[in-house]
Design a protein around this ligand. Structure first.
Ligand SMILES: [Zn+2]
Ligand SMILES: [Zn+2]
Length: 292
C-alpha cells in the first residue's frame, strides 16, 4: 500500500484543562499533538457557571479554526443527574443540562458527552425512563444543528445506569427525534464486566455494541486504562499500559476497524503534562500501525 492509499488514521486527543480559559485548552491540545480534544465548558463540580461572553465565544471559535482540532467534544459537568429520583435534583439537573447544551451550541462543539445518571432511590428501569424524559425536556425547542449528544457507558458505580449497552439503546429508542450517539469508555466497560483483555472478549463487546447502539453511533471513545479491577464497578482511570487492561488489549481497541471512525480521547490522570504526552504518544503508536 503506498502513502496515497493509506487508510485514514483515527483522530486522537485528550481531555485538556481549562485553567487558562476555554480557548487556551485548544492551544495546549494542539501544541501537544492532538487532532481532537475534549474539555469542560465550565467548572465541572458546581451548579452555577459563569456565563459565556460574546468575546469568550468568538475567541474560542477563532482558536478552534486556527488549531483545526476536530471534533471538539464537551463533557457535561458531574452534578447533572438526568435519572434522579429526587425531584429537586432532577429539576436542577434538567436546567443545568440545558445550559450545557446551549454552551456547546454557542461554542460550536460537535459532541456533548453525558452520563445517563444514577437511579438511586428508584430502579434501573425507572432511571432509564427518567433519563430519556430529561433529555427531551432539556432540549425542548432548541435547534441542535450539528451538535450530537453522546451517552457514555458507565462503570455502574453505586446505582448508575448506563453500564450495559442495552440501557443506552433504550434511551436512544425513547428519544428518536434527538441527535444521540454513544461515547464508549474502555475503563468503564472493563469494570462494568466487559472483559476486553483478550481478543475474543473485545470481539464479543463489539458485537454487543453492534446489536444494541450500533458501532456507527459510537462517535467518541474514552481511551483509558483502569486502576480498578475487572467487574469491580469502580471508576478509576489510569495511564495507558499501566493498569488492569494493559497495552496489548488497548492496542487492539485502537486498531479495531469497526471503531476507526470515532475520536479517541484520553482521560488519563492529569498529574503531570509529561504523562499526557506519554499517553498520547502511546495511543499514536497504536493507531499508526505503519509506523516503524
Ligand atoms: Zn465521562
Ligand atoms: Zn469517560
Amino acid at each position: 500500500m503506498n502513502r496515497n492509499q493509506k487508510k485514514r488514521l483515527p483522530k486522537i486527543g485528550f481531555h485538556a484543562p481549562i485553567k487558562g480559559g476555554l480557548h487556551e485548552a485548544l492551544v495546549v491540545a494542539r501544541d501537544t499533538g492532538c487532532d481532537t480534544v475534549q474539555i469542560f465548558s465550565r467548572n465541572p463540580r458546581g451548579w452555577t457557571a459563569k456565563p459565556l461572553s460574546r468575546a469568550d465565544i468568538l475567541l474560542f471559535r477563532k482558536t478552534r479554526r486556527l488549531t483545526k482540532l476536530s471534533p471538539v467534544v464537551i463533557h457535561c459537568n458531574y452534578l447533572v443527574n438526568l435519572a434522579a429520583a429526587d425531584d429537586l435534583l432532577l429539576q436542577k439537573s434538567r436546567v443545568s443540562f440545558r445550559e450545557e447544551v446551549e454552551r456547546a451550541l454557542w461554542l460550536g462543539a460537535d459532541y456533548l458527552v453525558v452520563h445517563p445518571g444514577s437511579a438511586r432511590g428508584s430502579c434501573e428501569a425507572d432511571g432509564i425512563g427518567t433519563c430519556s424524559a430529561s433529555l427531551k425536556i432539556a432540549c425542548r425547542r432548541l435547534n441542535l444543528g450539528k451538535l450530537r449528544i453522546l451517552l457514555e457507558n458507565t462503570a455502574g458505580q453505586g446505582e448508575c445506569i448506563g453500564h450495559r449497552f442495552e440501557h443506552l439503546r433504550e434511551i436512544m429508542d425513547a428519544c428518536p427525534k434527538l441527535p444521540l450517539g454513544v461515547c464508549f469508555d474502555t475503563a468503564h466497560a472493563f469494570t462494568a464486566g466487559y472483559d476486553i483483555r483478550e481478543e475474543d472478549g473485545l470481539q464479543a463487546l463489539i458485537e454487543k455494541i453492534q446489536n444494541t447502539v450500533k458501532t456507527k453511533n459510537v462517535r467518541a471513545i474514552h481511551f483509558n486504562d483502569s486502576r480498578a479491577a475487572y467487574n469491580s464497578r469502580v471508576d478509576r482511570h489510569w495511564h495507558i499500559g499501566e493498569g488492569r487492561i494493559g497495552s496489548e488489549a488497548l492496542r487492539r481497541v485502537a486498531q479495531h476497524p469497526k471503531l476507526a471512525h470515532a475520536a479517541f480521547i484520553l482521560e488519563t490522570p492529569y498529574d503531570d503534562p509529561r504523562a499526557d504526552l506519554k499517553n498520547l504518544n502511546m495511543l499514536r503508536s497504536f493507531v499508526d500501525t505503519e509506523s516503524p
